[in-house]
Write a protein that binds this ligand. Sequence first.
Ligand SMILES: [Fe+2]
Length: 367
Amino acid sequence: MSTIDVETLRSWLEEGKPVVVLDVRAAADRATWAIPGSLHIDAYDELKAHNAHALDGVVLPSDVPVVTVCNSGYTSQIASKQLESRGIEAMSLVGGMQAWSLSWNTADVSLSNSNAEVIQVRRVGKGCLSYLIGSQGKAAVIDASLQPEVYLDLAKSRGWSITAVLDTHIHADHLSRSRLLAEQSGATVYLPNQQRVMYRFMPLRNGSIIKVGEASLMVIQTPGHTPESMSYLLDRQALFTGDTLFLQGVGRPDLHATTEETRSYAQVLYHSLHHHLLMLPGRTLVLPGHTNTPTPFDKIPLTATLGDLRNQVELLRLSEPEFVDALVARIPPVPPNHERIIELNEAGELIENPIELEAGANNCGIS
Ligand SMILES: [Fe+2]
């Protein structure tokens, strides 16, 4: 029986190699996250029961390899065996959707009035967006959520050395790879000024400037999602908003115990959005820290101008009291394992297999 690993499938999709991805999970599992462009048949129970006709309803092209996918890579083996017995070239994705969590792709962001180049690095298995910014042989990484080699290899391919590693805030949904990336690249870690992170970092304050080659990143303090949240403005052109502002909505006031606490952080968030970010020119490109849908392998960056977001995001058109009420009413469920993730991010620790800890839908935004 044939198998394929995540890195091989990822590179096939990035290269545009013809392949059919067949998701055999139950519909409820697929609803949380899926591989972009995959076909679906809800055959999980029938496959587990070894029903030989479980996949009879699927029509597949005969000349394109099929990759079967389930939650952790066992039921998909039954599926690929069944397809092989029908004469179809089939292989099972090792580790299933759990392993796919660390898959990624990239898109170049074009800036008209800056010498800097920006690569949006999308963790497609989870929806985390990170950024590599290069100028004059130097590079910065914002919100590293993937293994350091990803950023090191991308930087090397452009002739950049990574000198600065930044997080927009202390994340609660995934483990920050910033400290490890800095150790492996010799870069400096820059974090919002706060007393929680226990390893060495350069604290950033409102108005701080970080130079990357000829480019500069200016720090804008934008509390609300979390107290320490910051946004970074590149050459007055591109705005890295972390979990403060998304393309479809705004960041949740993160994980507060009481409605009153949520309400007061929603007020702070309103102030950050309206008195800091939305004051910037409408042509400023917004580059957020998350997306809530699986990102296709299309090399199209996920971005929009501030001007477009002002019109498109309903929450940005509300008055402060309306905004606060809307956020409190729409707070999504807390991400699983968030307490442990925050603890590890404060300690700057990674665990051997973070995938299980990081599992779960992406609930950072409110739209
Ligand atoms: Fe966050």
